[in-house]
Design a protein around this ligand. Structure first.
Ligand code: SF4
Ligand code: SF4
Length: 468
């Protein structure tokens, strides 16, 4: 439908809706949403919550599905263990994720914010619903906050705070499980706080942070803090699909009056879309508002009204700004989308290749400092080396070392090299090579690290010998 009316000047974009002119917080009391899309969001959030809570307990080859242990610099993604030595793979993975997010946002706007983001899911589908259950819908909540402290207010507020704290503690356990792993978390729980003061301290700190976010800070995470939200303006364009008000059809808005022929547009100015908005905005001001998390609550609210006044649904709907302006159908493959898709395909190919060719272990072999070479009775030359091997699997591996590109022997000093699961093995060994096989004072040699007959990694190092 062609554009007829621009609903409002753009000054609403100069400030955020939850801060008044004096810079004070305007508390948002959103009306309890209901409707088809809200129900779908509930089902999606149940599924995602189950996956989120099952994540730390789900293991692949004994390793968790996801663990980001920044303390020990150990990362597990889909059961694959990454060490800081895999930094370049992590960089490519990170770049791939960033391009994927940009591509997704260019095409579908903030659909992630409304349907998948843990902040929205916990806020709107967990904490907010508990609040509705205890304090009632928005008018009752407002009245409760205004009333003086009495038995009813104290009872309701303490019930809410207690439940919020318990859920925050639960989320904090989950969060920690994704950092240190469920086994370590179980140790903190079973051994008691005194045995794990740092871990227990972290649990309390996270609990406090989550409680503060969900009980007080709320939508400001999306409107003020979230970097993804801040970047919307540069990622989206007029072809991006967003939750938008069809001003061509809705304007000029006007109240519905009995026994009066309607000359205005379809918007009856009932404010239902504004009342349900969890970020406190009016979607009718214009598309692509910074605070809009595309939660679709206003879509449901307006569709309800449209059904009542017997007008077609979709006055507020998923639509691109361009489609609203021109009435043309939404096109997926724009040059920008094709460009991002090509970059994403290249990055995905690189990432897959790196993952498929990644060794199960990584060895660092260095000549022992302060040692030159030794001559044996047979006239062979010996060098002493230090070896450090990192295990990227969850299996213990006894290791043997062999020269790959030269004849010679390797003798490990002391105990056999055993590489513990997810761990590091260190040792010292002699390499002995016939003098005739050396290429000079400083020869390149390649050493293979074997688990049984399987060559798990190779590494190059220097071998010192006499000048002639
Ligand atoms: S404007 Fe609509 S979609 Fe956007 S945050 Fe508010 S209710 Fe959700
Ligand atoms: S809910 Fe629909 S009809 Fe009511 S004010 Fe919003 S856009 Fe207009």
């Amino acid at each position: 439908m062609a554009s007829k009316v621009q609903t409002a000047p753009d000054e609403f974009r100069d400030h955020i809706s939850t801060v008044d002119e004096e810079g004070k917080r305007v508390w948002v009391y959103p009306k309890k949403p209901k409707g088809k899309l809200y129900n779908y969001r509930k089902y999606v959030s149940y599924l995602l919550l189950v996956l989120l809570f099952a994540g730390p307990f789900t293991k692949i080859n004994g390793l968790p599905l996801l663990m980001l242990n920044v303390v020990e610099r150990k990362f597990v993604i889909f059961g694959v263990l990454f060490w800081p030595q895999d930094f370049f793979i992590m960089v490519v993975a990170f770049l791939t994720m960033v391009v994927f997010i940009i591509l997704f946002t260019v095409v579908y706007g903030r659909i992630f914010c409304g349907w998948v983001c843990p902040q929205t899911i916990f806020m709107e589908m967990v904490f907010r619903r508990i609040e509705y259950a205890i304090e009632g819908d928005y008018t009752k909540q407002r009245a409760l906050d205004k009333m003086p402290w009495n038995a009813e207010k104290i009872g309701k507020k303490s019930a809410k705070i207690t439940i919020f704290l318990l859920i925050s503690f639960l989320i904090s356990n989950l969060f920690l499980a994704y950092i240190i792993g469920i086994d370590e978390l179980q140790k903190i729980i079973t051994d008691g706080p005194l045995e794990h003061k740092a871990g227990f301290g972290a649990l309390l700190l996270f609990t406090g942070a989550f409680f503060w976010v969900f009980a007080w800070f709320r939508e400001q995470v999306c409107t003020i803090v979230c970097p993804y939200g801040r970047l919307q303006g540069v990622m989206q364009d007029k072809k991006t699909v967003v939750v938008a008000y069809d001003y061509g059809r809705g304007e000029p808005r006007g109240k519905l009056r009995k026994n009066q022929e309607r000359t205005e547009g379809d918007c009856i100015d009932c404010h239902q879309c504004v009342q349900v908005c969890p970020t406190g905005i009016d979607i009718r001001n214009g598309a692509q508002q910074l605070e809009c998390i595309n939660c679709t609550a206003c879509v449901d609210a307006c569709n309800d009204i449209m059904r009542i006044i017997e007008k077609p649904e979709g006055l507020i709907r998923y639509e691109s700004e361009q489609a609203l302006e021109t009435g043309k159908k939404w096109t997926f493959f724009t040059p920008r989308v094709m460009g991002y898709t090509a970059v994403l395909a290249i990055l995905l190919t690189a990432l897959t290749t790196l993952l498929l060719t990644r060794d199960d272990a990584e060895a660092t072999i260095l000549r022992t400092p302060g040692q030159l070479y030794q001559k044996t009775e047979q006239g062979h030359i010996k060098n002493l080396y230090n070896i450090s091997v990192i295990n990227k699997t969850n299996h213990e591996m006894p290791l043997t070392l062999k020269l790959i590109d030269k004849e010679g022997t390797i003798k490990v000093i002391g105990n056999e090299l055993i590489l513990p699961a997810q761990g590091i093995a260190e040792g010292v060994f002699f390499t002995e090579i016939a003098k005739a096989d050396l290429t000079g004072m400083n020869s390149e040699i390649e050493i293979g690290v074997y688990h049984g007959d399987e060559l798990i990694t190779t590494t190059d190092t220097k071998f010192l010998g006499p000048a002639n």
